[in-house]
Design a binder for this molecule. Structure first.
Ligand code: THU
Length: 143
């Protein structure tokens, strides 16, 4: 697991959730009509956004979280301070899917905070990443 190099960073959740909402505006979701946005704060201090991108061949759909993650990694950023996800409704926000949890586990430390908020408005519910995927699969600890 990649270790964080920063110490007790203060996360501006208003800014991060706003970035996720801005990213969600680019969502291509004509099939589900379920826009999702994500904003990933890198150790470099840069926020990279992502939206879900659907396809007529449904299985090719890419989630917002993985777009933000892959954008970051493809730009050389592999350590992260926080993730915000927006989607769904006030009663049922968009919790990250299992595939995204596993993809994030490759790079995100167990104590990275993840905030999940409704699409339009409202404060995020913030939990450590380890709560989303305890006992995650990893090849890093092989002897
Ligand atoms: N979706 C995401 O973007 N992230 C998730 O973690 C769960 C699902 C998207 C995929 C699809 O475009 C839509 O939500 C409905 O499943």
């Amino acid at each position: 697991m990649t270790q964080r190099t920063d110490v007790n960073p203060k996360i501006d959740w208003d800014a991060l959730v706003s970035a996720a909402r801005a990213a969600a505006r680019f969502s291509h979701s004509p099939y589900s009509r379920y826009p999702v946005g994500a904003a990933l704060l890198g150790a470099d201090g840069v926020v990279r956004g992502g939206c879900n991108i659907e396809n007529a061949s449904y299985g090719l759909t890419m989630c917002a979280e993985r777009v933000a993650l892959f954008k970051s990694v493809s730009e050389g950023v592999r350590e992260f301070r926080a993730l915000a996800i927006v989607g769904g409704t006030p009663d049922s926000p968009a919790w990250p899917c299992g595939a995204c949890r596993q993809a994030l586990a490759e790079f995100c430390s167990p104590d990275m905070p993840v905030g999940v908020a409704p699409l339009r408005a409202g404060a995020p519910e913030i939990r450590d990443f380890s709560e989303f995927l305890p006992f995650s699969f990893s090849l890093r600890d092989r002897k």
